[in-house]
Design a protein around this ligand. Sequence first.
Ligand code: CAA
Length: 288
Amino acid sequence: MSEAIERVGVVGAGLMGAGIAEVAAKAGSSVIVCEMNAAAAAAGRDRIESSLNRAVDRGKLDPGERDAALARVSFVTDLHDLADRQLVIEAVREIEEEKVEIFSTVSKAFIDDEAIIASNTSSIPIMKLAMATTRPDHVLGLHFFNPVPVMRLVELIPSIVTDVDVVNRAEDYVSGVLGKHVVRSQDRAGFIVNALFVPYVISAIRMLESGFASAEDIDAGMVEGCSHPMGPLALADMIGLDTIKHVADSMYDEFKEPLYSSPPLLSRMVEANLLGRKTGRGFFSYTR
Ligand code: CAA
């Protein structure tokens, strides 16, 4: 029988990767995070530390638990240093070629034959990543939501060749150890949540683009009228407009449905580096 998962690797320490590393460390796992260089690793560490501090400020964590969690996370800049991990979760940008390269390298480096490699992709079919590895049956999708420490859901996506034991071990870890609510989806671009969420956000952008209503009023409509915690345009700014566009493009590529096609305004904003909170301006402006 395979051992319970205790050693986790995370590739990428951006918004999602840092969040995944944080929840894994808080749950007691040993976590190694791989970033491209020392500066990106330092930025990732700061992200984790400030989120843990926020949790302490809001009374969700005591300072001792924060320090213990931070001590469980280490950073490397070479994917081969993930060789002893039982589970590696890739959370880099939504660019298929980048992910394929990582899947190929990590799967060859693994020491343990039972090691699992998962992607936090929002939209790229898992089969495409699995075929880049030496062990497609040990690959699956684990899609977390932003902000990871707060959002309870994780989509679990087996490909058509994922081993059933791999699926069960991953579910035991995400649900039993991380305490997340797991839903299973077929391996279709966008999975469950983005298949519903992307057309909604795209509709809001088209509404703004056509002059139908202002950004403030569109968001107020959904916050005040439907009790959503954030409006669609503020949420798009939080996720990053580049990510929204990558996700929409993958879904359009898969289904060729107009409801997934990126509106010109979204494309122009991405070209202009108006990516939302991370660049200080998207549909709204932010002071950094
Ligand atoms: N660690 C632990 N808990 C934290 C925390 C942290 N770093 N930061 C905040 N929290 C907790 C707070 O304690 C609070 O908990 P209670 O409700 O129990 O008191 C809760 O989170 C809310 O925090 P705040 O009061 O500080 O903030 P807020 O009320 O302004 O909410 C928000 C912020 C959670 C982001 C909220 O606006 C929200 O839920 N927005 C929608 C987020 C969403 O839809 N995410 C999904 C995006 S789609 C995606 O990610 C996938 C994709 O593929 C694109």
